[in-house]
Ligand binder design. Structure first.
Ligand code: 6PG
Length: 245
């Protein structure tokens, strides 16, 4: 069952997300010597990344033991305005001492199948996966679109029901772009999943995702049901407007 935490605004939501990030990261390093995180794209995480890139948070996170992955990417060059990697680079990655070889960008270019296979190999290598095993990422950050999509798992697409592929590349009609995304099986194998949802334009979808009928093809964020990890929605008051009090 999801834990829903309502914060007054995006700043407070981002501060809370940063607190949880640091707590999860240091616990992971204490337990296993490293911390893996899949970053979310879009706009909502910007303020979180900027908080994490500045003191005091930047001094509390175990950057040397942090391994960066991405939940999804638009299939554009890394310096393109639409690139999730570029957004993360500008707000966080170029400001904190993470070794470059620990940052695993999703390939935005080249053949779709090759790019998906390459990222799968990156995951298999880092997590020393056997056949048909999925990576266990310590923290997966997710946003949610006003249509209920998450990562690049969009309504009415095969990504919602594909529980086999770790990574998918497909043409997303709603965005008019080709996207790469972690599949539901990877997301749901995470130790911790943190949704960041802000803004009144998300209120209808959030209420449907959390309290509506289970229709993941219509509201793909519903497909996020961790196997045994934690699931928390950090939402601001505007996005929570239609939730039952
Ligand atoms: C992307 C994201 C996507 C995003 C939602 C919410 O590549 O766009 O991964 O899933 O999280 O669309 O986007 P905003 O945070 O901009 O509202």
């Amino acid at each position: 069952m999801a834990d829903v935490v309502v914060l007054p605004n995006l700043d407070a939501l981002s501060e809370e997300a940063a607190r949880r990030w640091i707590e999860i990261a240091n616990a992971a390093v204490d337990a296993r010597g490293e911390f893996s995180i899949a970053l979310a794209g879009g706009n909502t995480p910007r303020s979180l990344y900027q908080i994490m890139a500045s003191p005091p948070c930047s001094e509390q996170a175990p950057w040397a033991q942090t391994f960066i992955f991405f939940g999804d990417e638009r299939r554009v060059p890394p310096d393109h305005a639409d690139s999730n990697f570029r957004m993360a680079q500008e707000t966080l990655l170029e400001h904190v001492p993470i070794p470059a070889e620990q940052i695993h960008r999703m390939g935005g270019q080249g053949l779709a199948r090759t790019a998906a296979q390459d990222y799968q190999r990156t995951l298999e290598h880092h997590f020393s996966l056997g056949r048909r095993e999925f990576p266990r990422i310590d923290l997966v950050l997710l946003g949610m679109g006003a249509d209920g999509h998450t990562a690049s798992i969009f309504p009415g697409t095969r990504a919602v029901s594909d529980l086999t592929n770790m990574v998918m590349v497909y043409d997303v009609p709603q965005s008019g772009q080709e996207r790469m995304t972690l599949g539901p099986s990877v997301i749901n194998n995470a130790r911790n999943i943190l949704f960041l949802v802000s803004g009144e334009n998300k209120a209808d979808a959030l209420a449907s995702v959390l309290h509506g009928e289970y229709r993941p093809s219509t509201f793909p964020a519903q497909v996020v049901k961790p196997r045994d990890g934690s699931l928390t929605f950090l939402v601001d008051k505007a996005a929570a407007a239609n939730l039952p009090t």
